[in-house]
Design a protein around this ligand. Structure first.
Ligand SMILES: Nc1nc2c(ncn2[C@@H]2O[C@H](COP(=O)(O)OP(=O)(O)OP(=O)(O)O)[C@@H](O)[C@H]2O)c(=O)[nH]1
Ligand SMILES: [Zn+2]
Length: 497
């Protein structure tokens, strides 16, 4: 079926030539050789295999109806990276970007991933990239390593990708990339880039220095930015009647600020708006977040606070904190983890910290009582507990007769106490028992349950509750799914039914 161009007798079915401006350049042509289906975790993509006139084979994953689409088509033009894409390397962020872009396109319903072969190592080839890695192991940065080996810092060309877009009938794209040079390359090849936005992929300890170098030396956007700055004059040809000016779009930071301000953001498609829009605009809402292994444990048996989910889930938790007025934890979490419960991994104000401690077990030396980072409410059934510092307000939980409050009534009482203090937006953050008790009491509007793809076999249990009053014991709320790196966050809407 597949044959090298010119090597066989079968004529090429399509040949697309891309010219830069009106110049006749050595153009790259592509031939569509095969089309099939590719079911993936994200969507069932139509997959087209192309061979370019240099003999390099590429694939395009197409979702939805992209040919002649009236709106710009979401595009990921992904440079081949065996180590990142196939082997899960943490030296770069390629694998995560590829998965995130497939998820994004699946969610949007329309889009294209072009997997560009021949781009390995920014165009220097796999083994040369490994030699560059070996230099980087000795402290050379990613740019100087290429140069030291006699290669340009970036040897990629995007003609084949532009030709594939033509073949697919795509003229206008929303580009998923942090690299402005990709945008300029497409524009120069007469593909209209209506905007460019980065993917919400976090730096990790193993790739932070590499990503920092790309930002400092290779003009990649700063973390979290998704802007489309105008291209540098030298890279934009003047003779381009068909290429429209690039529009600047809201950055992640701007979208996040509008969410913090409770304003429905302009772009309903933005990942942050999709994820947090409903929470940001509700004046009163009680949500919970819990992270657990696929078999339902939040930490090992020793309860030493090993975190089962990855950094994206961690950042998600900080975003939830920033969007609420109060964050509630059970006393065991305070005793075992001594958490700060402040907002550190995103912009936003710290919520008031609430310790739920029916028997007065929390140590007076706990950070939430002594660090002075944010006010704390200590909710306890023990009448003799006094505030350990000015930052702490003690509220005594008592039943109607002044005696201990029944466990099943505690969640409702907590919400009422917080509302009396003008704290209508509440996050219940842990541990497993506290979140489960709010769920079982019907006190939650939303539950974000993040599952890590790991099996623990035992440990401190996550969600455990009695069947929620349904006869089958199975409860099927409406859900939305968010991919957070390797983890999956399922958002249960519990406000109905
Ligand atoms: N030479 C070299 N190539 C690398 C290195 N790390 C990753 N790559 C290659 O870089 C390519 C991806 O480029 P990146 O700079 O990560 O990102 P980009 O494609 O320019 O921009 P994004 O669209 O935001 O991903 C892949 O082909 C990788 O194989 C490295 O340290 N040295
Ligand atoms: Zn990579």
């Amino acid at each position: 079926m597949s044959r090298h161009p010119g090597a066989g007798t079968q004529p090429m079915r399509r040949r697309v030539v891309v010219h830069e401006g009106t110049d006749v350049l050595p153009a790259v042509a592509v031939e569509r050789v095969a089309s099939t289906w590719l079911p993936t975790d994200h969507a069932r993509f139509r997959m087209h295999g192309f061979r370019d006139s240099n003999g390099v084979e590429h694939v395009a994953l197409v979702h939805g109806d992209v040919a002649g689409a009236p709106d710009p088509v979401l595009l990921r033009m992904h440079s081949e990276c065996l180590t990142g894409d196939a082997l899960g390397s943490r030296r770069c962020d390629c694998g995560e970007q590829l998965q995130a872009s497939m998820a994004r396109i699946a969610a949007a319903g329309v889009g294209v991933v072009i997997y560009v072969r021949g781009h390995e190592g920014r165009g220097i080839g796999l083994l040369e990239k490994l030699r560059a890695y070996a230099l980087q192991d000795r402290g050379v940065d990613t740019v100087d390593a290429n140069l030291a080996l006699g290669h340009p810092a970036d040897a990629r060309t995007f003609d084949a990708a532009a030709a594939i877009l033509r073949d697919l009938g795509v003229q206008r794209v929303d580009l998923l990339s942090s690299n402005p040079l990709k945008e300029h390359a497409l524009t120069a090849l007469n593909v209209e880039v209506s905007r460019r936005r980065g993917l919400d992929v976090l730096d990790r300890a193993d790739n932070a220095a590499y990503l920092e170098t790309k930002r400092r030396r290779m003009s990649h956007d700063a973390a979290g930015r998704t802007s489309s700055p105008p291209p540098p004059p030298s890279s934009k040809p003047t003779s381009h009647p068909t290429s429209a000016p690039t529009t600047t779009t809201a950055t992640d930071a701007e979208v996040w600020r509008s969410l913090l301000a409770g304003r429905p953001a302009a772009d309903p498609d933005h990942e942050l708006v999709r994820r947090y829009g409903p929470l940001a605009t509700a004046p009163r809402v009680v949500v919970a977040q819990l992270a657990q292994s696929a078999d339902g444990f939040i930490t090992s048996a020793a309860g030493t606070g090993d975190v089962v989910t990855g950094p994206e889930d961690h950042r998600h938790l900080h975003r939830l904190r920033a969007l609420v007025d109060a964050v509630v934890v059970g006393v065991t979490t305070v005793v075992v983890d001594d958490p700060r419960l402040t907002v550190r991994e995103t912009e936003g104000d710290d919520p008031v910290r609430v310790v739920l401690d029916p028997h007065g077990r929390a140590p007076r030396t706990a950070g939430v009582f002594t660090d002075g980072l944010a006010p704390t409410l200590w909710l306890t059934g023990r009448p003799d507990v006094r505030p350990p510092s000015d930052q702490v307000e003690v509220v005594h939980l008592a039943g109607p007769d002044g005696g201990p409050l029944a466990a099943a009534r505690v969640p409702g009482a907590v919400v009422a106490i917080l509302r009396e203090r003008g704290r209508g937006r509440v996050l219940v953050e842990g541990g497993g028992r506290t979140v489960s008790s709010f769920l079982a009491a019907g006190a939650l509007d939303r539950l974000y349950l993040t599952t890590a793809p790991i099996l623990m076999g035992g440990g401190v249990p996550g969600l455990r509750f009695e069947a929620l009053g349904s006869r089958t014991g199975i409860h099927r709320p409406t859900v939305r799914r968010h991919l957070l790196g390797a983890d999956t966050c399922t958002e249960f809407d519990l406000s109905v039914g």
